[in-house]
Design a protein around this ligand. Structure first.
Ligand SMILES: [Zn+2]
Length: 256
């Protein structure tokens, strides 16, 4: 049976996005990474949606902070990464790489790098990828708990998904990411054009997330560490892509 997803963006805190989604056929309603509870419960109430699941990608407070309050208010089931079960408040269903979780048939990817237990939920049929703080529009998460090899492997696995997947990341960081990206690939015309459209969108107060995975493949320097343009830009032609990725990540960390 073919299923679909209705997906709603809920902006919270200074730059977080919580994703609320409903599977019309089953009536299941999921929340991805609720930083806080109040605005999520209010949005669900407004739509008369009953939250049945929380899907966590990783343990950071701005991704799990609303777990317990939403659970108390709705009795929903909390799903999260098995390898981080001790750090996910209220976790009841533990999932790991390759698992298929019966909420719109989510496929779980174990993608360490930003944190050691980070996972993503990919809905292939609905072309939706919830990747937490791993891929951002034109960027990627900070490498808090992983190695460059782990992070690069994680990014490469997500990059292998189809171009028309929408990337539902957890932060609106696109404009500052763009400012950095153009300093890496100075002759990537698609990147220059994307930066201009991001600036226009932000000037109008519009969100730039979700993006298309295809455009990330063409313009996001962190997904391009094995390509000549990025390697040349950082003076590492022919080097191990994980090391090239690490160099780009380091440059972003110190970029002002
Ligand atoms: Zn995080």
């Amino acid at each position: 049976m073919s299923t679909s997803l209705e997906i709603v963006r809920i902006p919270v805190l200074s730059d977080n996005y919580v994703w609320l989604m409903r599977e019309p056929q089953s009536g299941a309603v999921g929340v991805v990474d609720p930083a806080v509870a109040g605005p999520v419960l209010a949005e669900a109430e407004k739509r008369r949606w009953k939250i049945t699941h929380i899907l966590n990608t990783h343990h950071h407070g701005d991704h799990v902070g609303g777990n317990m309050e939403i659970k108390q208010a709705t009795g929903c089931t909390i799903v999260g990464p098995r390898r981080d079960r001790a750090r996910i408040p209220g976790i009841e269903v533990e999932v790991d790489d390759g698992d298929r979780y019966r909420f719109g048939e989510a496929e779980v990817f174990f993608i360490p790098g930003h944190t050691s237990g980070h996972i993503a939920y990919a809905f292939r049929e609905q072309r939706a990828l919830f990747c937490g703080d791993t891929i951002f529009a034109l960027g990627c998460g900070k490498m808090f708990e992983g190695t460059p090899q782990q992070f690069w492997t994680s990014l490469s696995r997500l990059r292998a998904l189809p171009d028309d997947m929408r990337v539902y990341c957890a932060h609106e960081y696109t404009q500052s990411n763009a400012r950095f990206a153009v300093t890496v690939e100075t002759d990537n015309q698609q990147l220059m054009a994307r930066r201009a459209s991001v600036d226009t969108a932000r000037a109008r107060g519009e969100a730039t997330v979700p993006s298309l995975l295809g455009e990330e493949k063409q313009t996001n320097p962190f997904l391009r560490a094995d390509l000549p343009g990025v390697q040349k830009a950082v003076g590492m032609v022919g080097k191990d892509p994980a090391l090239v990725f690490a160099e780009v990540r380091h440059r972003k960390d110190v970029f002002r």
